[in-house]
Write a protein that binds this ligand. Structure first.
Ligand code: NDP
Ligand code: TDO
Length: 305
């Protein structure tokens, strides 16, 4: 399969490129400056130019404005990229009769529910990032009624920016790190997301008439607080001779940030398992390998300041 993916350096796009190559599929990543979602009117032209030679079999809409705190002061830009830009990508795919898989987030929920969220639960984003992603879900569905929207969460990987890299970096200078223990969610490896997305695209392209569309939850199995996640990161790092810090469990109120985050981010992924047979492994399974890859990468000479 030939799969067009938006974004160049993002965690999910790089994970997709790696996993697709292992499966004999091809990922064509398209991003800035060629494709800039902040200029929605130019999106169709950019995609036409990129794929005039050979059309892809499917489109993955993975590029997004993901700076959760900065979005509070750049709400218009986040909305343009995550809603209008994403909708323009979906409209282009629809115009060319291509399936589209669009990534969304747990931050569309307010976190007040006591149990994991399912797809029918009411959405109520707490911040500008979540609001822009929710608007994106709605705009993508309007532009491409056959879209598959995958809400995932707490993505970590050897690529880009993520919580695992932040913790390992902070531990280089600190013996102890305060980490919130009253927000719970499902840490999810981008490489596991890539496997799930590729399985879904295979189903969409081989049995288009028999594949359900709409919103699905797709996170790793198992849950954790950010503090639990940090402790697991340092356990993996310690086992590999990497940096370690003590994790002090703190309350959200003790770690003020511009954006509010849901206290309960857990997503119930049963609907996706039923519809596509896709169930991601436990979040702990991929962590040691991801930590090892980050440690190897940061030990390279070009990373020494
Ligand atoms: N990270 C997370 O924890 C979570 C992410 N998600 C969603 O999953 C998807 C993938 O996330 P992830 O891979 O972590 O994202 P990253 O933050 O790692 O990467 C974002 C990607 O979006 C691209 N991008 C940003 N702005 C634009 C723009 N104006 N035009 C074109 N491309 C742009 C970036 O481009 P460039 O390569 O040029 O920098 C980059 O490739 C997103 O939709 C995100 O909302 C959902 C839940 C959790
Ligand atoms: C760095 C740090 C963060 N924290 C807290 C702040 C916050 O509540 C939590 C996570 O912080 P981060 O800013 O790394 O994560 P954040 O950017 O909120 O991550 C989110 O990104 C977007 C894109 C999503 O879609 C979400 O699913 C989620 O993964 O950890 C600490 O308690 N101590 C620390 O030292």
């Amino acid at each position: 399969m030939r799969i067009a993916v938006t974004g160049l350096t993002g965690q999910v796009v790089r994970a997709l490129a790696e996993r697709a190559e292992e499966r004999g599929d091809e990922v064509i990543a398209i991003g800035r400056p060629q494709l800039d979602l902040a200029m929605p009117d130019a999106v169709a032209g950019a995609l036409d130019r990129a794929f005039c030679g050979a059309m892809p079999d499917a489109v993955v809409s993975a590029a997004a404005y993901t700076a959760v705190d900065r979005a509070e002061s750049e709400a218009d830009l986040a909305m343009t990229i995550n809603a209008k830009g994403a909708a323009a990508v979906a409209a282009w795919a629809h115009g060319h009769l291509l399936p589209v898989v669009h990534l969304s987030t747990d931050y569309v929920f307010d976190g007040a529910k006591a149990t994991p969220y399912d797809e029918d639960d009411a959405v109520a984003p707490q911040g500008a990032y979540g609001a822009s992603k929710l608007a994106g879900e709605q705009a993508v569905m309007a532009a491409h009624p056959g879209a598959v929207i995958l809400r995932t969460a707490w993505v970590y990987s050897p690529f880009g920016h993520n919580f695992v890299k932040t913790m390992l970096r902070l531990a280089q200078d600190r013996d102890e790190i305060g980490v919130v223990a009253d927000q719970i969610g499902n840490p999810t490896s981008a490489l596991d997301i890539a496997d799930g997305v590729l399985d879904i695209i295979e189903a969409l392209t081989s049995h288009p008439g028999a594949t359900p569309r709409g919103v699905f939850h797709m996170t790793a199995a198992g849950e954790a607080s950010w503090a639990d996640f940090a402790r697991a990161i340092f356990a993996a790092s310690a086992a590999q001779g990497g940096p370690v810090a003590q994790v002090r469990a703190i309350a959200t109120a003790d770690y003020p940030t511009p954006a509010q985050r849901p206290a309960n981010s857990r997503l119930d992924c049963g609907f996706l398992a039923m519809a596509y047979g896709v169930r991601l492994p436990d979040w702990r399974a991929a962590l040691p390998t991801v930590v090892a890859r980050i440690l190897t990468e940061t030990a390279r000479p070009e990373h020494v300041a």
